[in-house]
Design a protein around this ligand. Structure first.
Ligand code: DUC
Ligand code: ZN
Ligand code: ZN
Length: 470
């Protein structure tokens, strides 16, 4: 089947120009100048023509940080791979990289097999995996080498969650040395979990059990300290470093200093840290703040985190926007912590709304149109070994393409989202711009506000090494 997408403006990380995109089967075969002889003959020959007049034609979004079905605090993230990837597709994301989890005491390869089994045959869009190494030991260090050859080329470590996922500095350095030798990327959850757990314990002893205390005890200094420590350890270990879900100005400052001195350090932020805050959201009346409990936490609106993060996105001290999609329902999940914020499962669902929320940055003049594509598709693909198969519209790339209507207006609500959540963290947000049509490897999966894909359309992506290695 050949398809021509005509009449639209193709947006890439480097610019936006009128162009026509010719697809043959699952791949893009040509990007043509409108009105050229080649474009005219492509139109005559194409079996299907999609009219993109008035639309942006962008590479499908790449969300490199999701947690479908993540076991957390005695429950599981409420989106499974089937529903979560469908919700992603609705929002213009055509690739996810999810986190397989090695918990303490488990073997890396067995844990990975569990994640393969969860995803296989269920996904609406293509997917890859990072590996959370929750128990760094001799066997897991060796397994990292094997995984790199199987297309899992990035490894998340935690400086938070003592007794669950936390790696100490010795373990972190060992894993960094291993990554330095096998070409892997170290991803870091940078919060000082030992200090946080002490502050949390003291808060509960004082009777401060409401959701907002989750934000008070996870202090910005403790994100900044861990970020600094991770950067220094990465220098010693000679490995690249990618800081996940950065939320605080102070942590960004550490990244900026290191990058300014030439360190091979990168950071991602997430929409919740650009739009939501501690007082209004985590501190919402009653127990509603539980819906905003995630780690790193939302930061105070009385400081300048949002502005600083937008600046970081412009200057490239923040290179990627991902979601950390980790949804839990209020009922029977978030409410596990009704008497103690420590028992609230950590996470916010957002896989469906990343492209729209970051597009608001274009509307509001925070970032340029090409930068939107770069942050949400191109750089994550390059960072995690998926480029140029994903993240770009060019001959040879997978035909993962989104037609985006820049003029549509609508508001986000639990009533219109597709994630398995009984609330929306962005309820009532007025949005300009909307996903119109989504193609995944040449197949139209969203059109006319309908989902046309099928469970199992999505394939496993064996990833290469990051393009950001030195
Ligand atoms: N943070 C979250 O909010 N949820 C899952 C894990 C994490 O690090
Ligand atoms: Zn994390
Ligand atoms: Zn995460």
């Amino acid at each position: 089947m050949t398809t021509l997408i005509k009449g639209g403006t193709v947006v890439s990380a480097t610019g936006a120009d009128p162009a026509e995109v010719l697809i043959d089967g699952e791949q893009i075969v040509a990007v043509l100048q409108p009105g050229s002889t080649l474009a005219d003959s492509a139109e005559t020959g194409a079996e299907r023509v999609i009219d993109a007049t008035g639309k942006y034609v962008i590479p499908g979004g790449v969300d490199c940080h999701t947690h479908m079905e993540l076991p957390f605090g005695g429950t599981f993230a409420s989106d499974d791979f089937e529903n979560g990837t469908k919700a992603a597709a609705w929002g213009g994301t055509t690739t996810i990289v999810d986190f397989a989890v090695q918990s303490f005491g488990q073997q890396v390869q067995e844990s990975l097999d569990t994640w393969f089994a969860k995803a296989e045959g269920n996904c609406a869009i293509d997917y890859g995996f990072h590996m959370i190494v929750g128990d760094v030991n001799e066997a897991s260090l060796k397994a990292m080498d094997v995984l790199v050859n199987e297309g899992i080329t990035s490894f998340k470590l935690f400086m938070a969650y003592p007794g669950v996922f936390l790696s100490d500095d010795r373990q972190i350095l060992l894993a960094m040395q291993q990554a330095a030798s096998n070409g892997g990327m170290i991803m870091m959850h940078a919060e000082n979990g030992i200090a946080i757990d002490l502050l949390a314990e003291q808060a509960v002893e004082r009777g401060e059990t409401a959701p907002i205390n989750h934000g008070y005890v996870r202090r910005a200094e403790l994100e900044s300290e861990a970020t600094h420590r991770a950067i220094q350890l990465a220098k010693v270990g000679a490995s690249p470093l990618y800081i996940v879900h950065l939320s605080a100005s102070e942590a960004l400052e550490q990244v900026a200093i290191a990058r300014g001195k030439g360190a091979n350090v990168f950071a991602e932020t997430c929409p919740q840290y650009l739009y939501l805050n501690l007082e209004d959201h985590l501190g919402a009346p009653g127990f509603a703040g539980a819906g905003y409990v995630c780690s790193t936490p939302l930061r105070s609106k009385h400081e300048h985190h949002h502005e600083d993060l937008w600046t970081g996105l412009r200057t490239n001290d923040l290179s990627v926007v991902a979601t950390d999609h980790c949804p839990f329902c209020m009922k029977d999940q978030k409410d596990l912590g009704v008497d103690d914020f420590r028992a609230i499962p950590n996470g916010i669902g957002g896989v469906e709304h990343r492209m729209d929320l970051i597009y608001q940055g274009v509307v509001q003049g925070e970032i340029s149109l090409p930068r939107w594509v770069e942050l949400c598709a191109t750089t994550p693909a390059r960072m995690f070994g998926l480029y140029p198969q994903k993240g770009t519209i060019q001959p040879g790339a997978d035909a993962d393409i989104v037609l985006y209507d820049p003029e549509a207006t609508w508001s986000i609500s639990v009533d219109n989202h597709h994630m398995n959540m009984d609330y929306s963290a962005y309820e009532g947000f007025e949005v300009q711009g909307r996903v119109d049509t989504v193609l995944s490897r040449g197949k139209v999966i969203i059109e006319n506000q309908s989902y046309l894909g099928a469970k199992g359309d999505g394939r496993y992506l064996r990833r290469g090494l990051s393009q950001y290695l030195l």
